[in-house]
Design a protein around this ligand. Sequence first.
Ligand code: ATP
Length: 238
Amino acid sequence: MTPLLKVSEAEVSYGPIMAVHKASLTVDKGSIVTIIGANGAGKTSLLNATAGLVTASGHFEFDGQNVDVLDVEDRLEMGLCIVPERGELFGSMSVEDNLQLGFYTHRRDRAGLRARLAEVFDYFPRLAERRLQLATTLSGGERQMLALGRALMSRPRLLLLDEPSLGLAPLIVSEIFRIITALKQSGVGILLVEQNARAALECADYGYLMETGEITLHAAASALLDDPRLARAYLGGS
Ligand code: ATP
């Protein structure tokens, strides 16, 4: 089976700093893959390179098609969509207007827009209740839901999620992970960058550990949860 995403030997540099060094990974359709690692390990850089947000060398294939030369909008139109850390919403616009912006690739399809809005409100009833509220007045958890909801408006086939649980209270974190699992069940592939390694591995199928720019370990998520090399540094175990 062709993987949904295949990254081969990706490298990202910022001037003299090599943030990602020969990183390779795959994500299958309808699966959750997580990248875990310490602060500064290169996780965000690898995610941004996959989305086309930063320049990288190496090869990026989406559903069997080479996307190396495509920019972020072209990758989005193919169904490869990133939700950056802290969402980047339009604070002075309402929840509903922010969601509509996510539908821009199909701008003229009004019936499609209404149907998609209804689907996103099904995932996030909290957003439906707050559809006219300005994004700037939302709580941190609601803002994260809106960022995720806006990405879903584009009907992604692969979602790149950067720290969706960052700074959120435990109840909201479990709500976000519940939604990520529901998205997988609907067939969306998910590449998830998380500091919260235990929660990420508990919902993922497969995991990669990044250390100082390199992928140093990868295995089924259940195996990584039991791996003594991860226990102390990343899982809070002894
Ligand atoms: P965190 O978990 O803290 O978000 P990360 O694993 O996502 O970290 P990156 O944000 O990819 O790591 O950063 C990897 C390295 O690249 C770090 O040393 C960082 O300082 C550096 N870096 C990231 N972005 C830039 C930039 N725009 N310019 C220069 N250096 C950068």
